[in-house]
Design a protein around this ligand. Sequence first.
Ligand SMILES: Cc1cc2nc3c(=O)[nH]c(=O)nc-3n(C[C@H](O)[C@H](O)[C@H](O)COP(=O)(O)O)c2cc1C
Length: 435
Amino acid sequence: MMSGQSLCIGLSLATTWLTGNGWRRPDSRVEQICLSDFYVDIARRAEAAKLDFLFRPDSLFLDPTMLNQSPGISGLDPTLLLSALSRETSHIGLVTTASTTFNHPYHVARSIQSLHWLSKGRAGWNVVTALDGNENFGVDIMPDADSRYDRAAEFTEVVFRLWQSYPPEARVVDRQAGCYVETGRIRPIDHRGPFFSVKGPLNIPASDYGRIPILQAGASERGRDFAARIADAIFAATPDMEAGRELTDDIRSRARQAGRGPGAVKVLPGLSLFLAPTRQEADALFEETQRGRDIARKHAFIREALGLDVSGMSEDRRITTDLLPTMERPVRSRTHARLLRRLIERESPTLSQLLKRPEVSGSAHWQVVGTPADAIDSIMEWFEAGAADGFVALPGGSEDCLNLFLEEVVPGLVERGVFRSEYSGPTFAHHLQLA
Ligand SMILES: Cc1cc2nc3c(=O)[nH]c(=O)nc-3n(C[C@H](O)[C@H](O)[C@H](O)COP(=O)(O)O)c2cc1C
């Protein structure tokens, strides 16, 4: 924790509480996940709790076999969804996700600037390089992670320049003289690079609500360098406090090397919550949510990330490093593969233990299964240890867990003096202390 700082808290709108068996509850409202009403209620309650932002991850592909068991994160276009929410809220940040691998920077610059206008300064962009979906865009083989980062670097540079190409001060709106803009202040960007040729300028003015904060997800060496250069916050996968501290220290030092202040990039791990009034009930909620989850999918994840086939192994077999192929091989996410390997190196878990760990079953996120008081204690511990600057809440199991988070965990953090009780400004950049 840096002195005088308070937590930065986002809430994922990925309907994490419907995953596993959560959607099967009679009161889950899963039929409504493509309707804005479903999200409006949640957004208003998150704003009443004075959260920094709502966060919508995204992907540009559909694996229908995954839908057998749960609704997943597919669905509404995130920027359109957040635009609908912008009319129903007034302060909370609205972070959309746009991949730099399959979009075009002109479109992304325009749609996020539009969200910024429509929400009066509350847009944020979660920059991802994507994990899948190439065949939807005429690309036979998924580009490897390094070339995706090369493209992401150029993509973001083009977007930032487009956002500056039509500055707010160009709009003089002089009715008397009949002059709407000073055209000389609107400049093409004339960008020509390996991936894009973009003349510009953008066809929408930059809003005068200030800057659009950037989040980034992906924590390989390349990912960290990229975040240190361009991001205001990183959405991180850190399954334990040590991983959080290592990432936070590393990001601070990379930010310094990139000529930025030590606190320039906030580290915001995903925080998976399974909350109930008692620990027994929380354990039961967790078990119930996980029960029957597709074991073959977990095996496939381990095979893809590590090159290790565990499908024929008994559940009490210890998974040790000597079982792991040593050869460097391309993987979908180096971040997740590294975290999984790290777990095996440190603990040599049995297969049964491994399959239950967040590195395999929960996108490697920090996880609390317990009471709201347990969640508050864990958050305080991480924050005070410098392992996180805040978090993105991923409530699991049922909507009751989301309710406990908003109605008990957040007020508990306010009581402990580490979270705001009122917004002190109207824009997302202001909440992040960037304005
Ligand atoms: C915590 C986390 C969240 C991510 N969320 C998304 C997402 O919503 N959509 C997406 O297409 N990719 C997502 N990714 C994938 C990253 O953008 C990136 O493509 C991937 O992690 C490979 O980068 P790496 O080599 O740095 O790990 C996420 C990655 C991480 C670690």
